[in-house]
Design a protein around this ligand. Sequence first.
Ligand SMILES: [Zn+2]
Length: 316
Amino acid sequence: MGQFYYWLDNPEESFFPTASIIEINENNLDELNIEGAKVWLDCLGKNTGKFVSVAPRRKMEETFNPEGLAWDFSKLRNEREINEFANRYGLLGIRTPGQAEINKIKLQRNLYTDSSYFIDLPIGQSICEPIELWFFHIKQMQRLLKLYKALISIHKGEMDESELEDKLLTVNMPVGGSCQILWWDGTWTGFTAPEEEMEKEESFLEIAQGLLALKVNSIGNQDIKMTPETIITGKPPLGFTIKEWRYTPHLIQAVYFDLWQLISKNEPVHICENPNCKLPFKKVKRQKYCSNACKQEAFRIRKDPEKYGFTKEQVQ
Ligand SMILES: [Zn+2]
């Protein structure tokens, strides 16, 4: 077993360093001497940045409950909430970029206006992660849950397949025979499709299904580690059985592993009814909003839609 581990089958005593948000700038960069901070700042083209870091303070957390992690992660809205999450669970586990990644990030920073350059960065141990990287992964989780919700609705007949296009996914003009698949807000999904495939009727649904499966699988189901335990049963033929316990050294894998679990259990997803939010959440009883803040905001919007840039019809 590696240095750190998060158990994935049950709430269990795990071993990992907790983290918290710090600001790193020219004044404290040398003093704090946090490995990787300089590289990240250089990649992002700035002198000052907020980081989630296990340094300078950390403690080793013990009990870790893997269930519900994808929901908790997708709900993080601001730095305070990210800090609380990192205080409990530690770093995501994205490696500090090496030279190849540094070049890729710098190149893509000039090509994209969003944080697409964080797509597919290698998983691994590090001391710090820029806050932008956290916001990127939180958004990814929200998008995947929304996509999952849309695929359920299509299968149930509550949503038309044609709504996938534009509402959830869009396609860029083809370049060199292939099209970039984008999320509804114009950010890249990390996938491209051949031009001829995009001309087929049913392709959008297939692409959406493939995208969900691939994204979830690529992080949540790869390189999950197992350790065997011998359980004495006294029963024939051996008198014992062997159970394999799953674990991962990286939090981001535990988050995606939980997403994988909730999808394979067909857990329902609801969309927050606050028109300014519309984020996926796990419903408790008859809850319509993802949070109390959203409940209050929706109430204010309903009272005076125009003031918030909505029409009366939109908030009914
Ligand atoms: Zn909400």
